[in-house]
Structures are given as structure tokens and as C-alpha cells.
Design a protein around this ligand. Structure first.
Ligand code: GUN
Length: 277
């Protein structure tokens, strides 16, 4: 039977640490401000952006909200980011993804001043991670490292398999586990015999984007299973990439959906807003 990793509780700990830091900064006359930009009205993005703004309020971070219409041009968005780059009152800039298809995401991300890239998506931030330099860490994988550490799960020397190779989760996740001295494999949709690769893992991190794809056949006895996915099933209930009920008895630790990785992404965004202060 697995221990359930409580992402809600751990994310609250982190947000409370951030809140304590912003309170100390406020006493010294320093206010932290995050600019949050959303283009269009994608409902999932609106929920995420709303949760980010709520977290800012909880943590004592001022949020500046920019809700731009779907038809905003790339140049208009770039112009706003350039203005926020030079606004010394703004510490962090977050552009919610995905952007409408007429806007080049890469160009937008690369416009954000690296010193304000609290999402950790820029080439500077990812490059710094790759060579072990200080820099903003992408929030979801950084949150997973915190979940493991604060649950006292040893990483050094462990076999870690990351399933998924996105720029936001899979790749930075693998780099962070490598930095924590795990032996790391990145598996993906073209991996041959995914089941046997996944079964090597002491720590299995799943970011495939397919509801309940990972069953007990992919999991070694006693493995730690981290589920990054979030979907609505046929009954409108939330579920992850992992078939939770099927793997539960096989693993030593597991993250639930909801209440596992999800809340950590926002907590680490808050952390990134104050990390250099
Ligand atoms: N879209 C999905 N996840 C994220 C995230 O962590 N940051 C931003 N900016 N957009 C996202």
C-alpha cells in the first residue's frame, strides 16, 4: 500500500515560507510584484491564471493582471512585455500558455527579461539548469523535487524514469533529477517497450498527457510514482496519467490527482518571485 504524497499540504508550507519572506521584505519597504498576462479566454487558462492571482494575494505578492483579447497581435504582446521588462516595480512576468496560434510562443518567451522569467522557460533559465548554474527553475519539475525532498524520499543513486519530453516538464525534470544524482532515463511516445523501461524506475515521473495510461504493468514493486497529468474522465471526475487505483498497492509513494503535483506548480511560481530577494 502506498503512502500518499500530500501536495496540497506541502504547497501550503512553501506558500507560507514565501508569505513570511514578503512580510520581511515589506518591513524593509520592498514590495514584490508579478505581472500575469493571458491572451484570449481559454477556460483552463482562466482557471490557472485565477489560481495564480489568488496565490499571489495569499503570499503577499502584488499581482498585475493583463487580460488581452484573442486577436491581440504578436507585436502588441511583445510591446507589453518590453514595457514590463523596463518597469522596475515588476519583479516577475508570466505569460500563460498556450497562446493563440497566430502568436509565436518562442519569440514571446525570449522577449521576457531573463531576470524576470519566473516560469523558468527561457533559453537562459534552461541553459543555466543544464550546466548547474543558478537560475529560475521551471515550476512543475521544481515542485516535484520539493515533493520528493519534503517527503524524505532519497533521490541520490536511484533509477529515475521520466515519461514525457516536453520543454516545460519532461526535459527540465530529467535535468533536475540528474542534478540530484539520480540515474535518469527519458522515455517518450517513440520509446520501444515502454513498460519494461518504466519498470526499471525507483522513481517514475509520468507526464504523458493520456488519462490513466500508466497501469501496474508499468510500475516496479515499491516504486515512487509521480503523476503530472490532469484530465476529466467520462464522469467529469479529475484523473491523472496514472491509473491510481490500479497502481496504488504496488508503489511505496504516490501523488494523487487532484492534490499532488498540481498545487506545487503555483507554489513554486510564488517561490520564484522571491527567490532572488
Ligand atoms: N500553461 C500550462 N502550464 C503553464 C505554466 O506553468 N506556466 C505558464 N505560463 N503557462 C502554462
Amino acid at each position: 500500500m502506498a503512502n500518499i504524497i500530500d501536495g496540497k499540504a506541502i504547497s501550503l508550507q512553501i506558500k507560507d515560507e514565501v508569505k513570511a519572506k514578503t512580510a520581511r521584505l515589506k518591513e524593509a519597504g520592498i514590495e514584490i510584484c508579478l505581472a500575469v498576462i493571458q491572451v484570449g479566454t481559454d477556460p483552463a487558462s482562466s482557471v490557472y491564471v485565477g489560481n495564480k492571482k489568488k496565490a499571489c494575494e495569499y503570499c503577499g505578492i502584488r499581482s498585475e493582471s493583463y487580460e488581452l483579447p484573442e486577436e491581440t497581435t504578436e507585436d502588441e504582446l511583445i510591446g507589453l512585455i518590453e514595457r514590463l521588462n523596463s518597469d522596475t516595480a515588476v519583479n516577475g512576468i508570466l505569460v500563460q500558455l498556450p497562446l493563440p496560434s497566430h502568436i509565436n510562443e518562442d519569440r514571446v518567451i525570449m522577449t521576457i527579461d531573463p531576470s524576470k522569467d519566473v516560469d523558468g522557460f527561457s533559453v537562459n533559465s534552461v541553459g543555466a539548469l543544464c550546466i548547474g548554474r543558478k537560475g529560475f527553475r521551471s515550476c512543475t519539475p521544481a515542485g516535484i523535487i520539493e515533493l520528493l525532498k519534503r517527503s524524505n524520499i532519497e533521490i541520490t543513486g536511484k533509477e529515475c524514469v521520466v515519461i514525457g519530453r516536453s520543454n516545460i516538464v519532461g526535459k527540465p525534470m530529467a535535468l533536475m533529477m540528474l542534478q540530484e544524482n539520480a540515474t535518469v532515463t527519458i522515455a517518450h511516445s517513440k520509446t520501444a517497450d515502454l513498460k519494461s523501461v518504466a519498470k526499471r524506475a525507483d522513481i517514475l515521473i509520468v507526464a504523458v498527457g493520456k488519462p490513466k495510461m500508466i497501469t501496474s504493468e508499468y510500475v516496479k514493486d515499491g516504486a515512487v510514482v509521480i503523476d503530472v497529468g490532469i484530465h476529466r474522465n467520462e464522469n467529469n471526475k479529475l484523473c491523472g496519467d496514472v491509473d491510481y487505483d490500479d497502481v496504488f498497492d504496488k508503489c511505496s509513494y504516490i501523488t494523487p490527482v487532484p492534490g499532488g503535483v498540481g498545487p506545487m506548480t503555483i507554489a513554486m511560481l510564488m517561490y520564484n518571485c522571491v527567490v532572488n530577494m
